[in-house]
Design a protein around this ligand. Structure first.
Ligand code: CA
Ligand code: CA
Length: 337
């Protein structure tokens, strides 16, 4: 089955079947949570959540289309730079041509196109809690890169993985990686080291409820891993799941398609207050804004293109950066309220 998926994907660049996240999804009718609430509930909801209706987006910049199937973006405040993963071809092929670029968050100029090379099909990117390391998923491996030197320090193999996708870090130094096809989350434990003093990447959670886990976000305050799911590779369509980092209990965020989005979800980021999530639907080319308490969402933007991949967010600047995989570029937007 995985073989046939890989073969389908080689039909690229005709967008359908390119990644885990490229197939058409018919979106359900978007219903916001406000219908039928009494005055008390409306007031209470306003006290807890920013109003979704007031949030607007304006285009800031886009990069030159010199990137090669960019999948994910991460912002480093320390270096004031965006790191971008470039799959460069088939997302399951170990072709050694994948790379990481550095892009200016100010104007989208490409600072260094091939900053780190020798990867295969890099996807999710996360910066470690201490800001020194970059972690990138690469099909079956998690790659550790030294940010100062741009050198690959280590490759951690994720045993029995099929399609590693997003990467997220928590404030304890742990790293989480989603594996879309096997409904798994892997964890690189910061403290659990072997006799040589090095960590290993372990299968941490496997559950059909994860339903094709793609985008990952850690809410450190609540102790939750928020998962934006893709659904089946052959038929994308899923919602957002919340995993308790201690008990590993999985619960759905709101009611998918009604108070939280349903689609071929790809990236998920949060505002600084952890009140709102910004989520991309890759095949439908949409950006959702979602109440973090599962009480409502809306389509913030329709990009009218397939392949809106794993977004980046600069909370302090209200900037959202979306990789458009088949157009080989990033587009940045400013959020205003
Ligand atoms: Ca490649
Ligand atoms: Ca992804």
């Amino acid at each position: 089955m995985i073989e046939s998926i890989a073969n389908n994907r080689s039909a690229y660049p005709n967008s359908f079947g390119l990644t885990s996240s490229i197939l058409v999804v018919v979106l359900g009718v978007v219903l916001l949570g406000g219908i039928g609430l009494n005055l008390y509930n409306v007031n209470r909801a306003h006290a807890q959540q920013p109003s979704l209706d007031l949030i607007k987006v304006n285009k800031l910049w886009e990069t030159a289309n010199d990137l090669k199937n960019p999948e994910s973006v991460a912002f480093s405040p320390k270096q004031n730079v965006l790191f971008v993963s470039n799959i460069n071809g088939n997302p399951t092929q170990k072709d050694q041509n994948g790379f990481i670029s550095k892009v200016s968050p100010t104007n989208g100029s490409i600072i260094e196109l091939r900053w780190v090379t020798g990867l295969n099909a890099p996807k999710g990117i996360a910066i470690s809690n201490n800001g020194n390391r970059l972690y990138v998923s690469d099909i079956n491996d998690l790659v550790e890169i030294d940010i100062d030197s741009g050198k690959i320090l280590k490759r951690y193999n994720a045993q029995a993985s099929a399609f590693l996708n997003d990467v997220a870090s928590d404030n304890q130094g742990n790293i989480y990686v989603s594996d879309t096809i096997t409904n798994s989350i892997y964890k690189l434990n910061a403290t659990d080291t072997n006799v040589n003093g090095s960590s290993s990447l372990q299968a941490w959670l496997q559950s059909p409820q994860l339903n094709g886990p793609n985008g990952l976000h850690v809410d450190n305050t609540k102790g939750k891993l928020i998962v934006a799911s893709l659904g089946k590779m052959s038929k994308p369509g899923a919602g957002i799941e919340v995993v308790d980092l201690k008990s590993k209990t999985v619960t759905a965020l709101g009611k998918e398609g009604t108070t939280s989005p349903f689609g071929g979800l790809d990236g998920i980021e949060s505002d600084a207050a952890e009140k709102l999530y910004y989520v991309t639907d890759n095949p439908a080319g949409k950006l959702f804004v979602v109440n973090a308490d599962g009480t409502g969402y809306r389509v913030l933007m329709d990009l009218h293109t397939h392949g809106a991949a794993d977004l980046g967010l600069i909370p302090a600047q209200g900037t959202i950066i979306i990789p458009i995989m088949q157009d080989n570029k990033l587009i940045a937007f400013k959020l205003t309220e």
